[in-house]
Design a protein around this ligand. Structure first.
Ligand code: C2O
Ligand code: CU
Ligand code: CU
Length: 549
C-alpha cells in the first residue's frame, strides 16, 4: 500500500481492466524497470527502510490496487510503514507525529523490550497535532518485531486502516556465520486480510457480530500488495512472516504441501531447524521459515496459502468471511536456476525460564459474558491496575479459555516460554523459543513461564484479536527491587567491583558516559560472601551498574 506517486504503476489500469487481465491469465504486466519478470498479479512490494528521524502518521490515499486509490492511514506515506532496522546495543530513537484527523495516537513496539515510558501503553496516546519522542536501548537478541497503533479504544480500527510496520533487530554477520540466508534472500512478509469486496476499502466498520468475533477480511495483502507474486531461484530462502490481521488465525502452508523449516519465532531464533508442512500463526505472532525451491523447475510456481481449518463457533456473520477460510497469500515463481540449497544443520537457541523455578502461578480466565470479552471477569479499565509483578522472578501464567473463540494472548514488557497445552508439554513448532504472543485455542488452557527484567512501570496483557483487545486487557505494573550496592577498589593492576551476595540474576554493566551501557565481559566470582568482578585498570573513568536483564 504505497502512495500513488513514487510507486511504479503498470499503465494505470482500472481495477476492472486489471481483473480482466488476471482472469484471462494474461502473461502479466510490465512492472517497472527494476523487475525483469512479469507474472499475473502484482509484484510483491517491499516496505522501504526507515531513514531515522520521525514517524509521521496521517491519512493517505494509497494505491493498493494498481490504478485505484484507497483511503487509509499511513506512516511516512506507506502502509505497512517503513521497516525500522536496529541492532542490539544501539538505540531506537524516533519522534512520532500524530497528524490524524480527530484521533489520538500512540505506537507500540511489539516484541521490543522497551522501558515502560516508551512502550506505547494505550494511556500514552497523544492528541492530533501533537508529537512525542521515544529513546529505547536495544537489549535483546536479533528478532522480527513490529510496531502498530495501540490507542485506547482505537487499536483495531487504526491497525486495520494501516498503522503497522516491521521493526527488525538485525545481525546479518551473525546470520551469515550461522548459514542463514541474508540480504536479498531474507524477505519480510507482512500478512493481513482485508475486505477487498467492499470497493477495495480499508474502512473499519464492524457489525455487532464482527465486533464480537473479529473483523475478518476475504483476501490477503502481503506488504500491502494484493494478489502478490515473488520471483525466486531454486535455492533456499528465508521469509519472516508477521500475522498483522486484526483477528484471523493463519494456517501457513503451501499449495503442494511442501515441507518448510521453522527457525525463528516472536523474539529470535528458536534453536530448532524443524521441518513442518503447516503452522498456525495467530494475530501478532511472527515466525521465520526457510523454504527450498530446489525441487521446482525454472518456470514452476507454488502458492503460499492459509489452509482451511474447522471451526467450532460461527465466527463470522451469515454471509461474511469466516475464521478458518482457505486464502491465497503469495505465489512464488521460480524464474532462475541455481541458488544455495544448504540449510543450517543446527542453530543456537535461547535460554528459557525454568517453570520449576516459578515462585507463583497466576490464572487468567478468558471469558465471554453477554457479548463482551472479559479477562478474569473484567473489562479493561485504563485507570485500574489489575496486578503487580516483581522483576527477576519466574512465574507461571495459565490462560484458561472458557470460550469457543481463539485468543492470541500477548504480554508487553517480557517474553515468555510456552510450557503446556491442556497439561500436555508444549511440542508445537509454533511454541518453540521466546514468544510474546501465544495462541489459546477454543476451550484450551495454556501455561507459560515468564520472568520480567528490570523495566519498572506500567504494561498491558491482552488478547491480540484486536476486536477483543480493548475489553480483554489488563494493566499490570512491574516493580524492580533495589539493586545491591556496588563497591570498587584497586588491587594491584586490577580494578575490582564487588557487591553483596545473594543477589541472583543481577548483571554488571559498564559505560564510559552513563549513556551507552554494555554487559561487563567475564563472569563475577563468589569471594567471601560477595560477587567480585575484575578487570585490568585502564586509567580512564568508567561507570558501573547492576541491572536485571
Ligand atoms: Cu501488538 Cu499490545 O500489542
Ligand atoms: Cu506488544
Ligand atoms: Cu480474544
Amino acid at each position: 500500500m504505497f502512495p500513488a506517486s513514487p510507486h511504479p504503476c503498470p499503465g494505470h489500469l482500472t481495477r476492472r481492466e486489471w481483473l480482466k487481465l488476471g482472469a484471462a491469465g494474461a502473461a502479466g504486466l510490465a512492472l517497472g524497470p527494476s523487475r525483469a519478470w512479469a507474472h499475473p498479479g502484482n509484484a510483491l512490494r517491499l516496505p522501504p527502510t526507515w531513514a531515522g528521524g520521525s514517524l509521521v502518521v496521517q491519512p493517505a490515499n494509497l494505491e493498493i490496487w494498481p490504478g485505484t486509490l484507497t483511503p487509509a492511514l499511513a506512516i511516512n506515506g506507506t502502509s505497512p510503514g517503513p521497516t525500522l532496522r536496529v541492532r542490539a546495543g544501539q538505540r531506537l530513537t524516533a519522534t512520532i507525529v500524530n497528524q490524524l484527523v480527530g484521533e489520538n495516537l500512540v505506537l507500540h513496539w511489539h516484541g521490543l523490550l522497551s522501558p515502560a515510558a516508551f512502550d506505547g501503553h494505550p494511556g500514552q496516546a497523544v492528541a492530533p497535532g501533537q508529537s512525542y519522542a521515544v529513546d529505547i536501548p536495544i537489549r535483546q537478541e536479533p528478532a522480527t518485531c513490529w510496531y502498530h497503533a495501540h490507542t485506547d479504544g482505537l487499536t483495531g480500527s487504526q491497525v486495520y486502516r494501516g498503522l503497522a510496520g516491521l521493526l527488525l533487530i538485525e545481525d546479518p554477520e551473525r546470520d551469515a556465520a550461522l548459514g542463514l540466508p541474508t540480504g536479498a534472500r531474507d524477505i519480510p512478509l507482512v500478512l493481513r486480510d482485508w475486505k477487498s469486496n467492499i470497493t477495495s476499502s480499508l474502512t473499519y466498520a464492524p457489525t455487532m457480530f464482527e465486533h464480537m468475533w473479529g473483523y475478518l477480511g476475504n483476501t490477503m495483502l502481503v506488504n500491502g500488495t494484493p494478489q502478490p507474486w515473488f520471483s525466486v531461484d531454486q535455492g533456499v530462502w528465508r521469509f519472516r512472516l508477521l500475522n498483522g490481521c486484526n483477528a484471523r488465525v493463519l494456517r501457513i502452508g503451501f499449495s503442494d504441501s511442501r515441507a518448510f523449516h521453522v527457525v525463528g519465532s516472536d523474539a529470535g531464533l528458536t534453536g530448532w531447524v524443524e521441518a513442518v508442512t503447516s503452522l498456525d500463526l495467530a494475530p501478532g505472532q511472527r515466525v521465520e521459515i526457510l523454504v527450498s525451491f530446489a525441487d521446482l523447475p525454472v518456470g514452476g510456481s507454488v502458492l503460499l496459502r492459509s489452509l482451511a481449518f474447522p471451526i467450532v463457533a460461527p465466527l463470522s456473520g451469515p454471509a461474511g468471511p469466516r475464521q478458518g477460510d482457505a486464502l491465497d497469500i503469495l505465489t512464488f515463481h521460480v524464474d532462475a536456476a541455481g541458488g544455495s540449497t544448504s540449510l543450517p544443520a543446527s542453530l543456537p537457541g535461547p535460554v528459557l525460564p525454568d517453570p520449576a523455578a516459578a515462585r507463583r502461578t497466576r490464572t487468567f480466565n478468558l471469558g465471554l459474558v453477554s457479548g463482551t470479552h472479559t479477562l478474569n471477569g473484567l473489562v479493561y479499565d485504563l485507570n485500574r491496575i489489575d496486578f503487580t509483578v516483581p522483576a527477576g522472578e519466574v512465574e507461571t501464567w495459565d490462560f484458561v479459555n472458557g470460550t469457543a473463540n481463539y485468543h492470541p494472548m500477548h504480554a508487553h514488557g517480557a517474553h515468555f516460554r510456552v510450557i503446556s497445552r491442556n497439561g500436555v508439554p508444549a511440542g508445537l513448532p509454533a511454541d518453540r523459543g521466546w514468544r510474546d504472543t501465544v495462541l489459546v485455542y477454543p476451550n484450551e488452557t495454556v501455561r507459560v513461564a515468564v520472568r520480567f527484567g528490570g523495566r519498572a512501570g506500567l504494561f498491558v496483557l491482552h488478547c491480540h484479536n484486536l476486536e477483543h483487545e480493548h475489553e480483554m486487557m489488563q494493566n499490570f505494573t512491574v516493580t524492580v527491587p533495589a539493586a545491591p550496592t556496588l563497591e570498587s577498589r584497586r588491587e594491584g593492576a586490577d580494578l575490582v567491583v564487588r557487591w553483596a551476595a545473594p543477589a541472583d540474576g543481577w548483571v554488571l554493566e559498564t559505560s564510559p558516559d552513563l549513556r551507552q551501557w554494555e554487559t561487563a565481559t567475564g563472569l563475577p566470582a563468589l569471594v567471601g560472601g560477595g560477587w567480585e568482578w575484575r578487570t585490568p585498570a585502564t586509567g580512564t573513568a568508567r561507570f558501573f551498574r547492576l541491572t536485571l536483564p
